[in-house]
Write a protein that binds this ligand. Structure first.
Ligand SMILES: Cc1ncc(COP(=O)(O)O)c(C=O)c1O
Length: 505
């Protein structure tokens, strides 16, 4: 928990701070009268001896918190079940209890719980030597003299709330089989999260857990189209979209993005002309990788009209929805209306925004029970492979408690985006760069540079920096590279220096 956090519920104040007492410590929640030093309740969720105090400034009855390996969950369980009763026992006046009634207690307690589980993200202090010891592909594919800025994962430590949850599973050897998907609570947490963030209420019964979003693309193509039928993809695109169409024997209906002033635009006029009677499905990526574009309401409405007119099904990959920058807003495609919802499969996960892609857990939501039944018929749960316990509960922790971490990370990413723009303008002004509206990916047009062949190979060879090559993204991306800027400012600066060095600057 970083610094102090307070909230006022009527006459009752909640205060959270981090404390150390001798060799023990952790977050403390104090509950007392607003604006005064008194306390009615105090919860010390310490590492070694977690405990709580009833009336700490009076009788001070102390009790241990031992009912769960997670003292914070025990505390909030007590508060949710009877905060007024606890306050009454602690001697709080009836006016304080009455004042709680006019507050949205459930929401405010959830926010307090999030704050209590949060610790500052320390985004600027990454140690490159520690990063190089990671065993993920990003840090392991190339030798140590190469700086990796390719695959879409962040260099930041994951949220404390997720780390702590994973630690509890590991420390208690709680690594068995998970419950049935519905009973884990993840579908409900997903639905609550979509409601809270995007004003969309997906039905938890229409959720299937997958090991990855890309798996959903493949299965949906197989379940809802025949070989040779057309699948629309807006290129350039995250390469597995193209692989999914090619490897399932479907026909690519390419809807290439076009330049519109300061940014790449979705070519909706061109799309209308390209849809033929054999086109069945639209594979949408919004927010879009690699451009970082976030579709506006107007663009989505136009796309929705085409979808209805041509009786298309939509698979909407919204994995980057939580990484949208100031001035833009993510709108789930399925939220556009009941007719659209009925023909939309939404794919998402916590893996991008909360940086846990190695835990392999994703969500497919079906706007219609028949779509879900068909999907399951073609690929029953066992052929899809089971989802691991850690992925499920890390996703629950992320969506339920991870927002304070994301509130630090997204502005940092946005500042990194601006840093990339400024630094490139200074060092390599020939590179074309449309600042992304979301994600942590910079799609860089290197066509004006004096480079023969693939720019990614050029920068790897001459600058010691591994970028994603644009060719695999289709849509005329051959002269592009994709730079991952989800790292500390010093490392990002080094990345751009290496690109400049490759060009002899
Ligand atoms: C748009 C998009 N979809 C899906 C994925 C991968 O998700 P998963 O690992 O769950 O398949 C990525 C990863 O970068 C992505 O950018």
């Amino acid at each position: 928990m970083g610094g102090e956090w307070t909230d006022r519920l009527g006459e009752v104040e909640l205060r959270i701070e981090s404390r150390r007492l001798g060799d023990d410590g952790g977050p403390t929640l104090r509950v007392g009268p607003a604006g005064r030093g008194l306390e009615w309740l105090r919860f010390d969720c310490f590492d070694k001896n977690p405990h709580w105090h009833l009336d700490p400034t009076g009788r001070d009855e102390v009790q241990p918190l031992v009912g769960s390996p997670d003292p914070i969950s025990e505390v909030f369980g007590m508060l949710r079940s009877d905060l007024p009763g606890l306050l009454e026992r602690a001697g709080a006046p009836s006016t304080a209890l009455a004042s709680l009634r006019s507050t949205d207690l459930a929401r405010r307690l959830l926010e307090a719980e999030r704050r209590m589980r949060h610790r500052p993200a320390c985004l600027d202090e990454l140690d490159i030597h520690r990063l190089r010891q990671r065993r993920s592909a990003k840090w392991h594919l190339h030798p140590d003299d190469i700086l990796p800025a390719w695959v879409a994962e962040m260099d930041f430590p994951v949220a404390a709330s997720i780390q702590d949850e994973l630690r509890r599973f590991v420390e208690s050897s709680d690594l068995g089989y998970p419950l049935e998907s519905e009973d884990t609570g993840l579908p409900r947490v997903f639905s609550e999260r979509m409601q809270e963030r995007f004003d969309w209420s997906p039905d938890p019964r229409r959720v299937e857990l997958l090991s990855e979003v890309v798996q959903g693309l493949f299965i949906a193509l197989e379940a809802f189209t025949e070989k040779g039928e057309g699948a629309i993809v807006q290129t350039p695109i995250y390469p597995p979209f193209l692989a999914a169409v090619a490897e399932t024997g479907r026909r690519l209906v390419e809807n290439r993005m076009i330049r519109g002033g300061e940014r790449l635009e979705f070519d909706l006029d061109g799309l209308a002309d390209r849809i033929d009677p054999g086109t069945r499905i639209l594979l949408l990526c919004n927010p879009h990788n690699p451009s970082g574009r976030v579709m506006t309401q107007e663009e989505l409405d136009r796309l929705a009209a085409l979808v209805l007119e041509h009786d298309l099904l939509v698979v909407s990959d919204e994995i980057h929805a939580d990484l949208v920058f100031e001035g833009r807003r993510h709108i789930p495609f399925a939220s556009l209306g009941p007719e659209i919802a009925r023909r939309t499969i939404t794919l998402t996960s916590t893996s991008k925004a909360f940086n846990i892609p190695g835990l392999r857990c994703a969500i497919a939501h079906f706007g219609d029970a028949r779509l879900q039944a068909r999907f399951n018929q073609l690929h029953p749960v066992h052929t899809r492979g089971g989802i691991g316990l850690l992925g499920i509960y890390a996703s629950i922790a992320a969506w339920r408690w991870g927002q304070p971490w994301l509130d630090e990370v997204v502005p940092y990413l946005q500042a990194n985006r601006d840093f990339v723009r400024e630094r490139l303008a200074e060092r390599i002004p020939e590179i074309g760069f449309d600042a992304p509206e979301s994600t942590y990916l910079a799609w860089l047009d290197c066509a004006a540079l004096p480079i023969e062949g693939s720019p990614a190979s050029f920068f790897l060879r001459n600058g010691g920096i591994a970028l994603s090559g644009g060719r695999r993204f289709g849509g005329g991306g051959d002269q592009h590279v994709r730079l991952n800027f989800a790292t500390s400012r010093p490392i990002l600066s080094e990345a751009i220096d290496r690109m400049a060095k490759a060009l002899g600057r």
